[in-house]
Design a protein around this ligand. Sequence first.
Ligand SMILES: [Zn+2]
Length: 487
Amino acid sequence: MKGVSLLCSCVIAPALAQIFDTLQVVRDLPDAVAVNAGNYVSCANAAWPPSDVGFELIPQAPDDDLKAALAEIDTSRIEAIISKLVSFGTRHTLSTQNSTTHGIGAARDWIAAEMRKYAEASEGQMTVTVPSYIQSVANRISFPVKISNIVATLKGSTDPDRVYIVSGHYDSRVTDIMDYTSDAPGANDDASGVAVSLELARIMATRRPKASIAFVAVAGEEQGLYGAANLAQRYRNASVNIEGMITNDIIGSSRGEHNISDPYTIRLFAQGPPLTESTALAASRLSIGGENDSPARQLARFMAEVASNNATGMNIAVIYRLDRFLRGGDHSAFLQQGYAGIRYSEPNENFDHQHQDVRVENGIQYGDLAEFVDYEYVTRVAKVNLVGLWSIANAPGKVKNLTVTTTTLGNDSELKWLASDSEDLEGYELVWRATTAPMWSHSVLIGNVSSVTVPLSKDNVILGIRSVGKNGYKSPAVYPGPSPFPE
Ligand SMILES: [Zn+2]
């Protein structure tokens, strides 16, 4: 801990603003820059401004209920799901829908039947739908084709209108994107992601998170995100409040090109400024340096905080970009509709095993085969997803209408928001970090209030507010603008 602490971290301080006003602030200054000349990233810039506001942020820890759920994730089931999906030969979006054993129609029906089996254990709380539409001829679509998504929605117990989505795509491809007859096993891309949706649906069906969670498998990803785009549009048309969407795409192997292995890391891609912000809000965001504090990035920070721990055995490498170069994923379709979408992907890819005809050439096996999947790794990625979804769905919703007061010049910062009347709410927490820091570094509980003034200049740090539940779970932070940014 740096500096002098004002309050014990367990104390809720409803009148914190007044406390800050009356306390004399004593500050430890960092070493002179010259002392740290060999390492400028860990010197003054990282330690400045010296501040006594809050404590070094301690990540939220999994509770016993969550640990019990984690223990139910079954590696052999994940392996069986991936093997079954591979057994359909090809799951190309244009492949046959008239067979019960081959092609994307058979895969769709099998996934839906599995989800319905899990839903039977939910006492009516999980419902399975297969929203479909006919996609007419378009880019990478050579004839009209029915595109179907499978959606198993678990209704939240106290806040059912707040929804989170976990998704993978069940379609697959080979070298020629229009080849819909050759075997396209798609074990890693993306039977692995579908396996996470299925296994989490099974485990969560008997549980009662406060907010709703949709466990999803979409089609048409390889042809151009058709399934996800249709689904995101449906949610937007119905004004569904989706506070987070996760796609798991290519999460099946820790071993990449050059045989590099990194079995305890998963990448998490998160885009910067939202695509759907108005011109005025985008200009406001730029003027106050909010480019790194989009809802998608707050969601990624949240996931890294709750799921990089011994409960998952994984580190989350947050990547501040939409996706890999030249590549895309289903989270993009949700971002296009103004929802916070993020993407998990393995740390080092092997492109001999993606989008390739299954063949041996010069002694090298090409193709997305099940033999290249590391099922223990997929199991750990499933744990990362479960911890994230459980923690976010049991926390209160995000703070609404958060603003930072900019009407007068001053060195204190005043934040205001709309008080929630949720019975699950304990209060709020202020978080902050240096403008160059990637993650929130400090936090302080501020009680059940709707404004706070802190002796910390908004010009020098990034401030945020998050909701705290009576159960201890905390929401992702929200970043304040002079006017509220859409969340
Ligand atoms: Zn994919």
